[in-house]
Design a protein. Structure first.
Length: 149
């Protein structure tokens, strides 16, 4: 009678496979984290651009200034000025934000042009969304165009 070999794997084969898979995971995980951080910053920049475009449209429709304040932690508040201040919106972007507007506050006048809060003349500026090499920029151009880079 013939003797049949045992089906299965040896302990050495199992250890080799686990070693290779753990090395692959160790190499892949930092890349996945970096990609996820990049997508999060891009998404937050897109959402912030939409907040600015909405504030701009509200200012043009109402004929009253609309102010957007964004803090360093990524929280934003949209208010309409007038006889009394009315809170229009608010939320969180979930990433760090830096701006060249004083205090991170921009005000859209009735014509839809961005300016420093309380200022009369239009002012171009930008908001850097995210941090380090994975940041994106939302640019407010002098003519009122809002774009992401």
């Amino acid at each position: 009678m013939r003797q049949r070999g045992c089906a299965g794997v040896t302990l050495v084969e199992l250890v080799v496979v686990l070693s290779i898979s753990s090395v692959l995971c160790a190499v892949a995980v930092p890349g996945v984290v970096a990609v996820r951080r990049t997508f999060r910053a891009a998404d937050a920049a897109g959402r912030l651009a939409l907040v600015f475009r909405d504030a701009q449209a509200r200012a043009q429709a109402s004929g009253l200034p609309v102010r957007v304040a964004v803090d360093a932690g990524g929280r934003y508040i949209v208010d309409r000025a007038g006889a009394e201040v009315v809170r229009l919106a608010g939320g969180e972007l979930g990433v760090a934000v830096a701006s060249n507007y004083p205090g991170g506050v921009v005000e859209f006048g009735p014509g839809g042009l961005p300016a420093v809060a309380g200022g009369a003349s239009p002012r171009a500026g930008h908001f850097d969304v995210g941090s380090g090499p994975v940041s994106h920029t939302v640019v407010l151009q002098l003519g009122g165009c809002v774009r992401c880079t």
